[in-house]
Design a protein around this ligand. Structure first.
Ligand SMILES: [Cu+2]
Length: 161
């Protein structure tokens, strides 16, 4: 093999490896912010969206609020929420059975994780573990709540930016 040919091959191989390494390294940063929204059609969130973190459930049974333990929900990190549930009269609801669902309605996909309520903290508070939002934009988070023999649902809207 000529020395020149070897140099060309070595340069190509090294360049390729550097490009792949850079892609792998930057993908978690570029992906959720740019690539994924681009692939999914980058629509703005609906302008009339109610993004309040404290709302009344669909049938009016519960007043529910959420907070992310880290403050703002982080992008692309598994984190924990605390859900607070009261009756319409303002009494804390304890011993509720709660399931979590959600996704991005504009992208037609669900949550990347399967969050669960892992602890009844008392006083109407519940720990929700496994929350994750893997891209910026408009998310829905839905809770189905059953307590004292009655069930109701609530959907929160949030916009990650
Ligand atoms: Cu999405």
């Amino acid at each position: 093999m000529k020395k020149q040919t070897f140099t060309v091959i070595a340069t190509t191989v090294i360049t390729t490896i550097i490009l792949i390494a850079a892609f792998v390294y930057f993908m978690p940063i570029i992906g959720p912010r740019y690539l994924h929204p681009m692939m999914m059609g980058d629509q703005p969130a609906p302008s009339n969206l109610d993004t309040s973190a404290a709302r009344t459930s669909d049938a009016g049974l519960f007043n529910v609020s959420w907070s992310a333990d880290s403050g703002e929900p982080p992008l692309n990190q598994i984190h924990t929420w605390t859900l607070h549930i009261e009756t319409a009269e303002g009494q804390p609801v304890e011993g509720a059975t709660i399931t979590v669902d959600g996704g991005m309605p504009q992208h037609g996909h669900g949550l990347p994780t399967s969050p669960e309520v892992t602890k009844d903290l008392g006083g109407g508070n519940y720990r929700v573990e496994g929350m994750k939002f893997q891209m910026l934009g408009f998310w829905e988070v839905k809770f189905d709540i059953t307590a004292n023999g009655q069930s109701d649902s609530i959907t929160f809207n949030l916009v990650l930016e």
